[in-house]
Write a protein that binds this ligand. Sequence first.
Ligand SMILES: C[S@@+](CC[C@H](N)C(=O)[O-])C[C@H]1O[C@@H](n2cnc3c(N)ncnc32)[C@H](O)[C@@H]1O
Length: 312
Amino acid sequence: MDNKLISNFKHTAVMLDEVLDVVDRIPSGTFLDATLGGASHTEQILERRTDIEVIAIDRDHFALEAARRRLDRFSERVRLFHDSFSSLEKIFNDENIPSISGFLFDLGVSSPQLDNAERGFSYRFEGPLDMRMDVRQERTASSLLNHLDKFELQRIIEKNSDEKFAARIAASIVKNRPIRNTLEFAELVKKAIPAAARRRGGHPAKRTFQAIRMEVNAERDELIQGVTSSINRLGEKGCGIVISYHSGEDRIVKELFRNAVTGGCTCPSKLPCVCGAVIKGQLPHSGLTASKDEIKENRRAKSARMRVLERL
Ligand SMILES: C[S@@+](CC[C@H](N)C(=O)[O-])C[C@H]1O[C@@H](n2cnc3c(N)ncnc32)[C@H](O)[C@@H]1O
């Protein structure tokens, strides 16, 4: 089974041309791919920049093994780790990497994670209520949905998605326990949302699934820790790239990048800085989206937003 998952691991890189445009202008050195997935981005980066070595992580064992096979021919320039964003600081120290010339976070889940019913990420297929990216972890979607109280569930759904009916959904979860699989959960969410509202914004369970997945994998805290560690290691003229897939994540990235650029300056934007902050970088644009052609080919690209930070 594991072997099948690994050999079938196929994910199309999102905004690849835009990522490579940035990678083309970074100095030689070490590049961090913090979300290796199937290595579609990293393979192209290694192909194109022979003066760059890559350090890459993924908390998903299946992704990492698929990537290891794909990158075999570059093995002398690649270091791979089965780990998560919150360990980056330790990895940089252990591997003796004082600075990096660039980084990439391509957030969320990969297509194979979503499409494999057994991983429990999808509201479309029947599977266990799992949603763990790293299967060594204890907390699963089932442990949250079948044990947390109504208010905690409501808070999680509100915090991690723009779901207006979080209170109704949380009440319905508690009333219908035990919830046994993904389809039961999706149906319950659908019924908790008023009929008129169900017709807007894609599948009615999409936002709640995202919220529970984010909680299972502590995605917000991971993102803040990982991007902060990477910004702190970004060397002169280096560039950091983050591709996010929903507004909650994008807001966090925007804030982290803005602080990195202004050095935490609190002065009004139209007045000279008097707080002593040191400008440390620039943002070449306020966020890019995928081209219409790419979205036609790959629906996943539709919600992608890419932000770039350049170290001065
Ligand atoms: C969208 S996919 C990346 C796809 C990849 N860029 C490619 O081209 O194939 C996101 C990947 O990030 C991993 N991931 C998400 N959060 C993570 C975290 N906190 N630490 C490590 N890996 C994480 C997921 O397991 C998934 O494989």
